[in-house]
Design a protein around this ligand. Structure first.
Ligand code: MCN
Length: 796
């Protein structure tokens, strides 16, 4: 049996449990808990004049009704602004329950707690909120021109404005370069709002232990340690008195990073106040109107280039719709603006963004986090250049690539953390070569001609991207070998379906030489691991993966020291194979890791007979004759370590698609979809492929179907799956995937992240393919058949 499982396509260990209904999700907990429900604003912008609860208080089974006025101390303050930035001069966050003004439909105004959810909803229906309706601000361009303000003290509705300029090597300004370039183009791109739509919405369950004065909270979150800190701070509890556990989480895709959500502190507070278990589970309408959206940008692009398609200067102005609040700072437009250049080395770059408040749901990171918009911009630019010059689209990209010998490559831009953005490794020309071969790029013109002869319209598209992954500051791993020979791995970040139970066990198996079946993995439970950042920014593999490997190495070193003593050998002559420490080249001389675990603890508790015999265990209670723990050692066979990188590592990839458009109905069908992906060393290629396929599926949604439609009153018109279109399996093509592995020099395992990559270039690729099929210009994402139809008509 091999335990060298790093890089192997091991099947996901969590799937049998999850697929046979044995998962434990938030709503599976607290069967007898009280239920919370919320009265939410039906208006996009209004002043609360009065809240009348008198008709609700007679509802049988009602426990409590809370408005902002009832919230004590820190709970009454606005929610934290999680990632401040000097450019965010007017950052604003909501109160947990609205205080005086509501700023989007769905904002929570009143919390009701009752015996069950039906009663709580009944009580909500009886509460009368008297609103003075204010004029809403909808749409970024309207917001900048409107006299109406989302926040009375934020002039022009501009929360943040940031300019970064990387002049040419000779110091010339970007705009000057563009003016004097042999060719220039200017265009506008419109990117609609979309949102993460996990199968399971948000949810929180809290239990107050009155004797211990402690809270145990389960939350469907991507960041259990941060939720814990927020609850402790907001409720005035010592940190050790709050535990937060992320049970199985049915998808997050970014929306569950925000911490705390109002409900995540209000429900524990209600549990504490009422001395009862309280639970709230988000329904789908709440998810649409009260969580978070993303994408939502208008971009104005000017580019100057030479006759070979080399970009001499690029000037991009972004209007970013931030919705009503900025709990997550301006991380999304910062990512868009700093990762827009992708795999390209261009002459000079100027980017400017304004982050605009509107009376709509707040905008926080959704899988890809600003990069789908960035890639749409850059790749549309590449296609525009190719069309203008009559060049092959891949040739224009290749002319601008950073070359493999140019790493580390500094784009000259400053990221959120104030540090420069430096790419660590990659091989973009090779990725493109592989992609073109996979999709048959060079022979496509003949395929297209053959299709045309049959009366069919097909087109091919391409898109390239880079993704900064594995962002810091740290993540930790703890590894313990118990006297039964089992290995218990824990890390503080959470899992939402990425397969961490499998990959982290693969790392431990490889590092410790222990079979996978003996390894268990716990994530997102602050009882097991209190220091963690969370799962987002494709960081778990890089951060926790490396931390677990480092912790395993500590355990391995100790195991070899202890075993060397027992085997009277030199630790350097020992290896761990299949759960046994062996003298290299002398298979008879070995000792099970279980025994080593017993020997590592002076108490020598051995519950297993064999281990007891091997360690001359004299029976429980005989601890007095044991030697002290040697200086520098700790009892037990366990280790903890942290990984804290100097900067992010840059994954990259290229996608290509062939689409067919219906000549009559303008329906768009994806015939083939190919991906070349580079996330450094692969821990598990099958899981990475699954991640890419899932990402592409979401990308297809963003390219062709998904958009949040607000009317002029700030009402979300399609807040249900009846009207918000997501692709089904029938719309998602089979994804052909190839891996290129350029290891990251930044971390011990040489890995880069993979969790978001699939979604990032899809809109750009599909737009490129539709353009090729139709000979039209696509300047928006998503593009629907009716829009394509209109474009055809406009083109005559
Ligand atoms: N992996 C690997 N080898 C690598 C890199 C990654 O085997 N070189 C594996 C990892 O070990 C992990 C998976 O691929 O099992 C994704 O790894 P990583 O890129 O580190 O991403 P995270 O685990 O941090 O997951 C976060 C990422 C993000 S940001 C979003 S959004 C997203 C995504 O993952 N949300 C998801 N994938 C999701 N998948 C599911 N099912 N549900 C979500 O909510």
């Amino acid at each position: 049996m091999t335990t060298k499982l790093f890089g192997e396509p091991v099947r996901r260990r969590e799937d049998p449990r999850l697929l046979t209904g044995r998962g434990l999700y938030l709503d599976d907990l607290g069967a007898g808990a009280l239920a919370a429900a919320f009265v939410r604003s039906p208006h996009a912008h209004a002043r609360i004049r009065d809240i009348d609860v008198s008709a609700a208080i007679d509802v049988d089974g009602l426990l409590a009704i809370y408005t902002w006025e009832d919230l004590p101390g820190a709970l009454a303050q606005p929610l934290p602004l999680l990632i401040p930035h000097p450019a965010l001069t007017h950052g604003r966050t909501a109160h947990p329950l609205a205080r005086e003004i509501v700023r989007h439909v769905g904002e929570p105004v009143v919390m009701v707690v009752a015996r069950d959810r039906y009663l709580a909803e009944d009580a909500c229906d009886l509460i009368r909120v008297d609103y003075e309706i204010l004029k809403p601000v909808v749409g970024v361009e309207e917001a900048t021109q409107s006299a109406q303000l989302v926040h009375a003290d934020v002039p022009g509705n501009v929360g943040a404005h940031l300019v970064q300029e990387v002049p040419s090597a000779s110091g010339r300004a970007v705009r000057e370069i563009i003016e004097s370039a042999p060719h220039t183009l200017a265009f506008r791109l419109d990117i609609e709002r979309s949102a993460s739509m996990p199968l399971e919405g948000r949810g929180v369950h809290a239990r107050w232990d009155a004797d211990d004065r402690s809270l145990r909270v389960h939350s469907s979150t991507q960041t259990s340690t941060s939720v814990r800190m927020a609850i402790a701070a907001k409720l005035g509890l010592p940190l050790p008195k709050v535990e937060v556990i992320a049970p199985d989480v049915g998808g997050g895709f970014g929306v569950k990073i925000v911490h705390p959500w109002p409900e995540e502190i209000l429900v524990p507070w209600a549990a504490m106040t009422l001395g009862r278990e309280v639970k709230w589970t988000e329904d789908r309408r709440e998810h649409f109107t009260s969580s978070a959206h993303e994408r939502a940008q208008v971009q104005f692009v000017r580019v100057g280039f030479d006759g070979d398609g080399r970009v001499l200067g690029l000037d991009v102005n972004i209007l970013h719709d931030h919705g009503a609040y900025t709990p997550y700072g301006i991380i999304v437009p910062i990512i868009t603006s700093t990762q827009l250049l992708g795999p390209y080395k261009i002459g000079a770059y100027r980017v400017e963004f304004s982050s605009i408040y509107t009376n709509t749901v707040q905008v926080t990171p959704y899988r890809g986090a600003g990069r789908p918009q960035a890639v749409f911009c850059m790749e549309r630019t590449m296609d525009h250049i190719a069309r203008h010059l009559g060049l092959d689209r891949t040739a224009v990209r290749a002319a601008n690539f950073i070359q493999p010998d140019e790493f580390p490559y500094d784009q000259g831009l400053i990221f959120q953390d104030g540090r420069p953005l430096i790419y660590d490794s990659g091989d973009y020309p090779e990725s493109l070569r592989m992609l073109k071969e996979m999709i048959g790029w060079d022979s496509f013109p003949e395929e297209k001609a053959r299709a045309a002869a049959e009366g069919r319209t097909i087109g091919i598209g391409v898109g390239c991207y880079v993704e900064g992954t594995g962002v810091g500051p740290y993540e930790g791993g703890h590894v313990q070998v118990t006297s039964d020979g089992r290995v218990h791995v824990s890390t503080g970040l959470t899992s939402q379906g990425q397969g961490h139970e499998t990959v982290f066990a693969q790392i431990a198996a490889t590092e410790l030489g222990v079979p996978l079946e003996r390894i268990s993995v716990v994530t997102g439970d602050t009882r097991r691991f209190g220091y963690a950042v969370g799962t987002f920014a494709s960081r778990a593999a890089v951060m926790s993966g490396n931390a677990i490997a480092l912790a395993c190495r500590k355990v391995r070193d100790k195991a070899l020291r202890v075993a060397a003593d027992a085997l009277e050998a030199d630790p350097r002559d020992l290896e761990i194979v299949d759960g046994e420490v062996r003298v290299v080249g002398a298979p008879g001389a070995s000792i099970p890791l279980a025994t080593v675990a017993v020997l590592s603890n002076p108490l020598r508790y051995a519950f297993d007979e064999e281990a007891a015999r091997a360690t001359q265990f004299a029976g429980a209670g005989s601890s007095f004759d044991r030697p002290p723990v040697a200086p520098g050692e700790e009892p037990g066979l366990e280790g903890r370590d942290y990984y804290s990188p100097i900067r992010s590592t840059f994954a990259s990839g290229m996608h290509a698609a062939i689409v067919e458009t219906d000549p009559l109905t303008a329906e768009i069908r994806i015939l083939r979809y190919a991906v070349v992906h580079d996330c450094g060393n692969l821990i598990n290629p099958m899981i990475v492929e699954g991640q890419i396929h899932g990402g592409v599926a979401q990308g297809v949604g963003g390219a062709l179907y998904e958009r949040m439609v607000y009317d002029g009153h700030g009402q979300l018109l399609n807040a249900s799956f009846m009207d918000f279109l997501m692709p089904y399996a029938t719309e998602v093509p089979a994804v052909e995937t190839a891996h290129l592995q350029t290891p990251s020099p930044l971390n011990p395992l040489g890995i880069k992240g993979a969790g978001e990559a699939g979604v990032i270039p899809v809109s750009a690729v599909i737009a490129s393919a539709i353009e090729d099929a139709e000979g039209l210009v696509i300047d928006r994402m998503p593009i629907s058949p009716s829009e394509l139809f209109d474009l055809r008509r406009a083109a005559g």
